[in-house]
Design a protein around this ligand. Structure first.
Ligand code: NAP
Length: 287
């Protein structure tokens, strides 16, 4: 099976798979946790080497599970991302949070470290800490999550020495508001647009719904599944990535195979009609 295709991560020199792996709400113990770790490894073998985590996920348990799942895999093959909680986003605590994430992940460095969402700490201090982490080799790149265009502009002006590499935002078939302002802004400024919760965080359109029927028809034409159709649609735009979470090997394999599905103009038009983007720009939605 071919490896998941890659594209440049924003304006950076890194090529990253268009489909990666989320790790929110991983099982915490026993056989389900072991299956989730196998799923991560299966995904990595198929090229989904972009692994997304956060100190928030299971209070560090997700990072620990990733650390175990990636043991023995050459670090340079992986693209590891984590996030600092807004409540920890002072200058000093951002540094400490990153160091704690590195220990849990059992790695020397992250590929990108993000502010999870905007909180009460001024952006200047958080951005300065992220830049310091890049300078110290603890992360290769820095970024944000859940940032609307005005927040992105502010973050960019707060940065002194390193570019804003990534914005991770809610993006799935029924939540396409980011296409109005955020995605074009990211494309214009070389910021990787990473869409999260591509399956609506477990609320994927079911077969019986009008949208579900459209996905089924397209999937049947391509010998694919409705979720693969959704993933292919969500990475159709320049500079976009998606990070489905799968705690089962079969799910990880299905998601990886979506990267080779090519939707035609008719397919895209049918999806556009069934899952239209909102009629006007609205504040960015988040989970
Ligand atoms: P999601 O990826 O939209 O959906 C996950 C659900 O879909 C799980 O129940 C999973 O089942 C199921 N699934 C995955 N692949 C499947 C397949 N091929 N067939 C059937 N079911 C499948 O949900 P999400 O976890 O909310 O979002 C993905 C990632 O985005 C997160 O894990 C996290 O890393 C990131 N995220 C970031 C933010 C942020 O604020 N930055 C917020 C939310 C999420 P199993 O797990 O049982 O396989």
């Amino acid at each position: 099976m071919a490896l998941v295709r890659t594209r440049p991560f924003g304006a950076s020199r890194y090529d990253v798979p268009v489909i990666g792996q989320g790790t929110w709400n991983l099982p915490r113990s026993g056989a389900p946790l072991e299956e989730a770790k196998r799923a991560l490894r299966a995904g990595i073998e198929l090229g989904m080497v972009h692994i997304d985590s956060a100190e928030m996920y299971g209070d560090g348990a997700s990072e620990r599970a990733i650390g175990e799942a990636i043991a023995g895999i050459p670090r340079e093959r992986l693209f590891l991302v984590s996030k600092v909680l807004p409540s920890n986003a002072s200058y000093e605590q951002t540094i400490r949070s990153c160091e704690a994430s590195l220990r849990r992940l059992r790695t020397e460095y992250l590929d990108c470290y993000l502010l999870h969402w905007r909180g009460a700490y001024p952006l200047e201090g958080t951005m300065a800490a992220l830049e310091r982490l890049v300078d110290d080799g603890k992360t290769r790149m820095l970024g944000v999550s859940n940032f609307d265009v005005a927040d992105l502009e502010e973050a960019r002006s707060a940065l002194r020495t390193h570019p804003l590499a990534c914005n991770q935002v809610l993006y799935h078939l029924e939540e396409r508001g980011a296409e109005w302002g955020v995605q074009p802004f990211c494309a214009l400024h070389g910021i990787a647009f990473v869409g999260y919760s591509p399956f609506g965080s477990g609320d994927f359109p079911s077969e019986g719904t009008p949208g579900g029927k459209v996905l089924n028809e397209i999937a049947a034409r391509h010998g694919a599944t409705p979720r693969q159709v959704a993933l292919a649609f969500l990475v159709r735009l320049e500079g976009t990535f998606t990070i489905p979470k799968a705690a089962h090997v079969a799910h990880a394999r299905e998601n990886a195979a979506a990267a080779s599905l090519e939707l035609g103009a008719g397919d895209l038009a049918a999806i556009e009609a069934a899952f239209p983007k909102p009629g006007r720009d609205e504040p960015l939605a988040m989970l």
